[in-house]
Design a protein. Sequence first.
Length: 114
Amino acid sequence: MKTASLTNDLEYNEKNPNIKVLLDTNSGKEIRIVFKKGQIMKKHQTPFPIVVEIFEGSIEFGVNEEVHMVKKGDLLALEANVPHDLIAVEDSIVRLSLNKADSAKRVEDVAKNS
């Protein structure tokens, strides 16, 4: 068994969202993205389906040229190759569930280049 916490050791970066792999298992990866209010992840897409949970805060989640306000407790599933972007409306914690074949480095690169 592996365990992790979405709230322990929180670190907010001044410039970009902070990415941390919490779990890397045989079936997938669980990633925590910590946003300060106003931080963004520019439009990007993933080669695999993803699931996003807003654990804390609220995010403007852009998909197909529409903006969806997602808040604490909301979940969303996105198919592969769908462009999307995120803007933190307030300090937020986001849980991202990735396919095992997907790369956490890809997520880190999106955050760094946003």
